[in-house]
Design a protein. Structure first.
Length: 460
């Protein structure tokens, strides 16, 4: 690896990246990610955690132009990032990524939209900034993963501020030094413990990563310096967060290795922790083919890989937030309500006595075969269903649809977008926003400024 510090190399990439230099397939994936972000943020804007953040934002009145998605209101950039990032992650319906094993877009996109509003940037600038943020965030993560996640950090906040700072710096047209300082400051503001999964703070992690990132870019622009070797230096990010003494990759490959192409993003079909998704799909397929009913089942055991028990921590959830981090609730919802969707996650549905009773029939433990795959992020599952008639069914699924190996079609992306807009009570804006987001390269600054500007309401 070159002698230049990691964050310095990243800074040079950010400052020099142009729209024209980004391959077409990478631009397309960025556009999909930004569209998915808008989709999940609108219904997320009316979740209780978003309402809590809005109360905080209103203590900081501002006439700045940054849209609060789902509120038909604006705020300063840092407040908008805090609100939009939290709202976009509140449903746990947003994308994840193999490289960071976290949620990159909810960290990066709020900074993209806020900085674009400040500087009146168009769609091509949005795509460029998003790509800069995603590629930098994942270049950094690939140097020290999965050790950061194994150490207990929620990688959305651990790495997210780097991505948000990179994206904002791109839109602010920062110098190489300013980009390096913004990333160095981000090494200081990183955090996020996984112990907060199952609480509102889990969604807050996305808001904090976006808010910290854009603030770090602003601080750098005002002259606050940071060590460009803050990643790999003694007592730097890598050592403190992963305990590694050497990089997991041999070189920085920004601009030649495109993470959005080679690793890609995982777009969700279910609004809950991705650790349960392969199990949901395996059971859905069997249920549709064989007419499986809850009353026919004696027990379900899920053999899982190493990460799942550290994410799916709520075994007898009592509210909607806990339900999102529960294998037991996800499968019970499927069997008793018939699906796992946005309307599945209410306090009332989680507390339903029939659900609470059925969850007692479901168990989960690490499977030796799946554990041998290592600390992976794609949640393979082996299921054993014991029937009341004494028969037994075995199911297996390695990955959920929406991963790069099993991508959503354009029609499925569009259906998710329109469903989310419907659940947010914003159907009137769905087609016009979809048209802008699906042809973002031709969107003007005024087109971009329209996105998110509508009052959402809970319609389920």
């Amino acid at each position: 690896m070159t002698d230049a510090p990691v964050l310095q190399r990243c800074a040079e990439f950010i400052a020099n990246l142009t729209y024209e230099a980004i391959p077409e397939d990478v631009r397309r994936e960025a556009q999909n990610a930004l569209g998915d972000f808008v989709a999940v943020t609108m219904p997320g804007a009316v979740m209780p955690v978003s309402e809590d953040i809005l109360r905080y934002v209103k203590t900081r009145p501002s006439e700045d132009p940054c849209v609060l998605f789902g509120e038909d209101a604006t705020a300063d950039a840092v407040s908008a990032c805090l609100f939009n990032g939290t709202a976009s992650h509140s449903l746990d319906f947003d994308d994840t990524a193999p490289s960071s094993m976290g949620h990159p877009t909810v960290s990066i996109a709020p900074a993209v939209f806020a900085a674009a509003a400040e500087r009146q940037k168009d769609g091509q600038a949005l795509i460029t900034a998003y790509v800069a943020g995603l590629e930098v965030m994942h270049q950094i993560s690939r140097l020290c993963m999965p050790e950061v996640s194994q150490a207990g950090w929620h990688t959305t906040l651990a790495f997210g501020a780097f991505g948000a700072a990179a994206a904002a710096s791109s839109l602010y047209e920062a110098s190489v030094d300013e980009c390096a300082w913004a990333l160095g400051i981000s090494a200081t503001t990183a955090g996020g413990v996984r112990a907060n999964f199952g609480t509102k703070t889990k969604a807050l992690h996305a808001g904090l990563s976006a808010a910290n990132g854009i603030q770090n870019a602003k601080l750098a622009a005002c002259g606050i310096t940071a060590n460009p070797a803050a990643f790999e230096a003694s007592d730097g990010f890598m050592q403190c967060f992963s305990r590694l003494d050497a990089f997991k990759e041999d070189e920085i490959r920004l601009g030649t290795f495109w993470d959005l192409r080679e690793k890609g993003l995982n777009f969700k079909s279910y609004p809950c922790c991705s650790g349960s998704h392969p199990a949901i799909e395996a059971l859905t397929i069997y249920r549709e083919e064989h007419g499986l009913k809850a009353e026919d089942i004696e027990s379900i055991h899920c053999g899982v890989s190493l990460l799942s028990p550290r994410e799916l921590t709520c075994h007898r959830p009592q509210n909607a937030v806990e339900g999102k981090f529960s294998m037991e609730y996800a499968l019970s919802s499927l069997l008793i309500y018939g699906h796992v969707g946005l309307d599945s996650f209410t306090d009332e549905k989680v507390r339903n006595p029939a659900i609470q009773d059925f969850m007692g029939k479901i168990s989960m433990a690490i499977d030796d075969e799946l554990a041998a795959l290592g600390f992976i992020g794609y949640a393979p599952v082996k299921m054993t269903i014991k029937m009341r008639d004494g028969s037994e069914v075995k199911l297996r699924r390695m990955r959920a649809k929406g991963r790069p190996e099993l991508p959503l079609t354009l029609e499925e992306h569009q259906a998710k977008f329109f469903d989310c807009m419907r659940y947010a009570g914003c159907e009137a804006h769905a087609q016009s926003w979809w048209d802008i987001l699906s042809n973002l390269k031709d969107a003007s600054a005024s087109d971009v400024a329209r996105i998110g500007r509508a009052k959402a309401r809970k319609c389920y």
